[in-house]
Structures are given as C-alpha cells and as structure tokens.
Design a protein around this ligand. Structure first.
Ligand SMILES: Cc1cc2nc3c(=O)[nH]c(=O)nc-3n(C[C@H](O)[C@H](O)[C@H](O)COP(=O)(O)OP(=O)(O)OC[C@H]3O[C@@H](n4cnc5c(N)ncnc54)[C@H](O)[C@@H]3O)c2cc1C
Length: 432
C-alpha cells in the first residue's frame, strides 16, 4: 500500500489501509440497508454498506419461503432481487464481517473507522468437502451462510479466537482453504450522511422461563422453526414425520409492560399462521393450534388469509400460564378455557412466537451521534419517522421499531428519499 493512501487517525494513531469517500454510510446490510442503498443509487447517490455478519440480508436471509400451493405473501423473496442489484451496482459498495469502531461528526459530515475481519475460509480454494466440519471440536464454530452455499468461521464459538488453543480445521483442510492468521483491515469512510439500518434483536425466549425454552424438550422458537424449514432439516432434527400436534404461543416478548415491552411486534401473528399452514402443507398429519391474545391484522390482505387459516389452524384465545414436561415427556400446557376453567393439554411440539426487541449493539453509536431513541427504545423519533433528531443521521427499517418485510422496504425507501433531500438541500441550516 502506498503511504499517501494512508490516513492517520487523530485519536488512536492507527493507520487506515483504505479511505473511501461516499455520500451515505449505511450501517447494517439487512433488507432495510439494501433497499435504502438501492433507492439512493436510483436517486444518484453513492453509498457504503457496513455489515457485521459474514452475509448480507440480515434476519430475512434465514427465512424460508412460506408458499403452500399459493404464495402466502411472507416477503422473504424481496431479498434475493435486491442483493443481485447491490452486487452489480457501481454506486454501492458493501463490506461484510465489518464493524464500525469509531464515528465522528466533523464540519457537518461524518468520518467513520471500520474494522473488517478477513474471510477465514477462502471461497476460491474451498471445495466444500466438509472435512473441516468433521475435524472441528467446537459446536457452531463452522457455520453455513443462510443461503447454505458457503461455510464460514463463527469467531464467537471458535476455540482459536477464544484462546488460540485449536487449529484443527487448518490442519485438516486438504486445499489450504482455511486461514486463521490473516490480519484485520482498518478502513476509513468519509460520508455526508449516515443511515442506521441496524435492525432488531429477536426476543430471548429465556427471559420468559415459564414457557420452557431450553428447559422443556420440544419447545422451540418461531425463528428456530423457520431456520429448520429453510435448511430442510425439520424432519431430521425434530422427527417431523412423527409429529401430530403443534402449538404456537403468541406474544412471547411483546405487549408485556412487566418486561419493558409494551408494544405489539406486528409480525408474529402473520408469521405464526404462515408457519402453521406451511407445516400442514408439508406434513398433512400435523394439526396446528395457536394460543393468542388478539389476532393483529396489520397488512391489507390479512383478514382474507385469516379466514383461510381458520379452516386449518385451531385458534384458542388464551395465553398458557406455563409449559412443563408432561407425564408422557411431551410439553404440557396449562391455560384457562372460555369459562375460566383450568385446562391441561400436551403437544408434540411447542413453537414460541418471539417478538422484536431493540438492537442494544447500536445504542453507543447512536449516542455518539446524538441520535434519539423513541419511547420503545428503538432508534429515531416516535411514530414511523425516518429522522433521529440529529442532522444527517437517519434510520431505516426495524431499527426504528417492529415492521414486516413489506413495511421495512417502504420505510427504507422513505429514509433514502429523506437522505436525498438532506444532501440536496443548500446548507446545514436548512437540513432536518
Ligand atoms: C421470528 C421472526 C419471523 C419473522 N417473519 C417474518 C415474515 O414471515 N414476514 C415478514 O414480513 N416479516 C417477518 N419478520 C420481520 C422481519 O424479520 C423484519 O421485517 C426484517 O428483518 C427487518 O429488516 P431490517 O433490515 O430492518 O433488520 P435486520 O433483518 O435485523 O437486519 C439488520 C442488519 O444490520 C446488521 N447490524 C446490526 N448492527 C450492526 C452494526 N452495529 N454494525 C454493522 N451491522 C449491523 C445485522 O447484522 C443485520 O444484518 C419476522 C421477525 C421475526 C422476529
């Protein structure tokens, strides 16, 4: 690298291997970040997407298509097309395995410092022989991207990155495709505006121990079920063929002021009904039930789909008090019936419809930029705003609050329009 391409960073004295100048830095490469970049490019602006994971797409990348004999409008397919556009755009660059380590506002613009971890498995050399998977002693250290096409090293689970105690994958690989020692790269970005597209954290079912996740065999979350169906290992992992009764429990981590989440996550009724119908379609012997408080019908087509679902899913208006291991070792639910009588019922599988929580990993960055948090602790102002109360700093998608994929895409497009207006407006005084 040529010395003149390096830039010395004041505070830390570190050297950056590259400097990038762009109109917009988008933090988060989920569906909101991607659609925001796509719209900005359509409006003539350049953007850099910073994604901490090894793949683009955020949570949506791990959702299966929920189509039965008909499309169920789950929205998961809105991801593929936009990824293709992003990858071929000359106005958009993206960095995966990358974190923002520093951000500063200078003269109305922003300078960011990024730390990019190198690919540990070299795609050109890896022939997917899986020998490394057999050699690896740490569960989850070698993982597949949600599309299933590539292996990557999950540094949080890998023993090498914990205490340098293991190099089993390097030693086992016949193609020399694993590289644990490559150095991280520091990249500088100068941008005129920033968009937080940092998404959400799925509610941790362990925070509701009465529902038995991690304690009662046969209790999983909706996210886990979705991932199993996507990877086509529902049968293998859970014995899908032998299941008959599956119970969905709604509002796990939503509409509960006792845990500071006094809001509806907006997507759980929709995704649970879609998953229930998909299960029935793939495994006709399965009889799904859904325990709910109220069915929330946010999207325009939902009422019609609910009528169809009613014929296939048993809807029970009650939230179980507890899930425990029954006498036949299956999960047993206790709940109150329509006349307030106490009922007990066992199911082969219980699926917890976990909700959407704010992403705590971005609070520090938001504070550094004086971006506000709304009443539910998501980024940005109340309502459906794309502004954050900090000039030049915007928010897109579920980082602002619970949203379906459809809603996320339109929010991201609106955020891009606001950024464009900000960048086009004459002086800092005129900007939001
Ligand atoms: C269990 C479950 C099932 C769902 N199913 C459906 C469904 O069937 N249909 C539907 O319409 N909606 C569904 N949703 C909602 C859907 O997941 C969201 O609408 C969508 O994921 C929002 O996209 P996003 O890009 O805003 O956020 P995310 O998908 O969370 O993406 C955010 C991205 O930002 C990255 N990121 C975060 N912080 C940083 C950082 N500091 N630096 C760099 N990168 C960062 C993350 O790694 C991630 O890639 C479901 C939600 C849940 C919880």
């Amino acid at each position: 690298m040529c010395e003149r391409d390096r830039k010395r960073i004041g505070n830390r004295g570190a050297y950056l291997s590259r400097m990038i100048k762009t109109d917009v830095a988008i933090i988060g490469g989920g569906i909101s970040g991607l659609w925001c970049a796509n719209e900005l490019s359509r409006l003539g602006f350049r953007s850099v997407i910073v994604e901490r994971n090894a793949h683009l797409g955020g949570h949506v990348a791990s959702y299966c298509c929920k189509a039965t004999d008909q499309c169920q409008r789950c929205g998961a397919c809105l991801l593929e097309d936009v990824i293709e556009i992003i990858q071929s755009s000359d106005k958009i660059s993206y960095h995966v395995r990358t974190n923002v380590t520093r951000v500063e506002r200078t003269n109305g613009a922003f300078s960011l410092e990024l730390l990019r971890r190198p690919p540990r498995i070299l795609t050109e050399q890896c022939n997917d022989c899986r020998i490394c998977l057999d050699a690896c002693p740490a569960p989850g250290a070698l993982a597949r991207t949600p599309s299933g096409d590539r292996l990557f090293i999950n540094e949080e689970a890998c023993l090498f990155f914990r205490d340098r105690s293991c190099r089993a994958c390097v030693d086992a690989c016949p193609e020399n495709a694993v590289s644990l020692d490559a150095a991280d790269e520091e990249i500088g970005v100068d941008a005129s505006s920033i968009v937080f597209a940092t998404g959400f954290k799925p509610f941790d079912a362990g925070e509701k121990p009465r529902f038995g996740h991690g304690r009662v065999p046969g209790v999983i979350t909706g996210l886990e079920l979705d991932r199993m169906l996507k990877a086509d290992n529902f049968d293998a992992d859970q014995g899908g063929g032998s299941f008959r009764s599956v119970a969905f429990i709604q509002c796990v981590g939503s509409r509960d002021p006792r845990i500071g989440r006094n809001y509806c996550s907006r997507v759980c009724c929709g995704y649970a009904l879609r998953l229930a119908r998909l299960l029935r379609n793939r495994f006709p012997e399965i009889e799904p039930s859904m325990f709910y408080m109220d069915i929330q019908t946010f999207d325009r087509d939902f009422e019609r789909r609910l009528e169809i679902a009613r014929k296939e899913v048993r809807l029970i208006r009650a939230i179980p008090a507890e899930v425990r291991i029954g006498s036949d070792t299956r999960p047993e639910l206790t709940y109150h019936g329509p006349n307030d009588e106490k009922l007990c019922e066992s199911f082969d599988l219980v699926v917890l419809s976990i909700g959407i929580s704010p992403n705590p990993a971005v609070t520090r960055l938001a504070q550094l930029l004086a971006a506000r948090l709304n009443e539910d602790a998501f980024l940005g102002l109340n309502g459906d705003e794309v502004t954050t109360g900090s000039p030049g700093v915007f928010v897109a998608g579920a980082a602002q609050g619970p949203k379906s994929i459809d809603e996320t895409v339109s929010h991201a497009i609106r955020a891009a329009a606001n950024v464009a207006w900000y960048l086009n407006s004459s002086g800092p005084g005129d900007k939001p």
